[in-house]
Write a protein that binds this ligand. Structure first.
Ligand SMILES: [Zn+2]
Ligand SMILES: [Zn+2]
Length: 345
């Protein structure tokens, strides 16, 4: 049974399943415009997800072939996975922020082993032990390269320009750049009166940036060609404040469910990160590599039970917190290494 929700004012959502993922589904939003429906995100590229999307559109009295445009909040496969297929079936344009489009392009063009080499080198530099690196080296040597989602992701044909209205007939949908979860993440602000007259300024399609019960993963931007030291957590916190200031009446996120009180949720997340940074400073009373810090941080399960791939993601989250602490002047790297070690100052 395909689940669709009427959010009022010509806005609906379809629950498109993500296979084998605790998140369950992506909420694909559909905004009616004078030239046909526009989708915000499309869902995971999987036959069952595609069927659900198609069934959802037909339950809403439209069809994939009617889709006029696709607006993508960020390049992750649970958001952008089906975009190419929808474009093929409809001729719709696909719009994305240029920073995430660059990632799509880079991933499509990468040599099969490049990503694995980059990951292995990087993990070694932050103190990953040999037993973590061994499977990566074995996969490289044996040519058993995991197929990464995104290798065939669709190249967008339009750019989402921060601060500008999208070109949609009869609607006011403004792009708000919210880097952090990815460098080109955007939220979309529907600058129209709330259909149920809830107080506040319109509605916000928040992607993965602002969710009612999940704190999104903030890691590193992971660009093998870019040596600039970015600060994704700093970007994310600034993006949260930007969203908080909009004073929207309702948030329509890409997972879980719609909610009100965006300002309260923003404050909760800011407090959560402040608390986490303070906790990390206590751990950094003794010098630690990013890997050692990740081992000591609090996760949703004990470190021993975290699978291999998720440990690599966890250590990038530890690194994004270290970069923030360094930027704030609350921690510093100790000369020497690799692996690099950090200490609170
Ligand atoms: Zn995401
Ligand atoms: Zn997501």
């Amino acid at each position: 049974m395909t689940r669709v929700t009427d959010h009022g004012g010509g806005v609906h959502s379809i629950e498109v399943p993500i296979p084998d993922n605790p998140l369950g589904h992506t909420l694909v939003h559909l905004v009616d415009t004078g030239r046909g429906p526009v989708l915000i995100d499309t869902g995971w590229d999987d036959p069952a997800s595609w069927d659900t999307l198609v069934a959802g559109l037909s339950a809403l009295g439209t069809a994939v072939s009617d889709v006029h445009g696709i607006v993508i909040t960020h390049h992750h496969p649970d958001h952008h996975g089906l975009s190419g297929r929808v474009r093929e079936a409809s001729g719709a344009w696909i719009a994305m922020h240029e920073a995430d489009t660059a990632i799509v392009r880079r991933t499509r063009e990468a040599e099969p082993g490049t990503w694995l080499d980059y990951l292995t080198r990087k993990l070694a530099a932050v103190g990953a032990p040999d037993d973590h690196l061994a499977p990566l080296r074995a996969a490289r040597a044996g040519g058993r390269l995991r197929t990464l989602p995104g290798l065939s992701a669709a190249l967008p044909d339009r750019e989402i320009v921060p601060g500008e209205l999208l070109d949609l007939a009869g609607r006011r949908l403004r792009a708000v750049w919210t880097p952090g979860h990815t460098p080109g993440h955007v939220c979309l602000h529907l600058e129209e009166r709330h259909p149920a007259n809830l107080p506040g300024h319109g509605r916000l399609f928040s992607g993965d940036h602002l969710l009612p019960g999940i704190s999104p993963h903030i890691g590193l931007y992971e660009d093998p060609d870019d040596t600039a030291v970015t600060d994704p957590l700093g970007d994310y916190l600034a993006s949260l404040e930007r969203i908080g200031r909009l004073g929207v009446a309702e948030v329509l996120p890409a997972h879980q469910h719609a909610f009100t009180d965006a300002g309260g949720r923003v404050r909760e997340l800011l407090a959560h990160h402040e608390e986490r940074l303070t906790g990390l400073l206590a751990l950094l009373a003794t010098p630690l590599t990013p890997w050692q810090l990740a081992e000591r941080m609090e996760w949703n399960r004990p470190w021993e039970q975290i699978p291999h791939g998720s440990r690599s993601i966890a250590v990038s989250e530890a690194e994004s917190h270290l970069r923030r602490l360094v930027k704030l002047g609350r921690a510093e790297a100790i000369p020497g290494g690799p692996p690099v070690t950090y200490i609170a100052v």
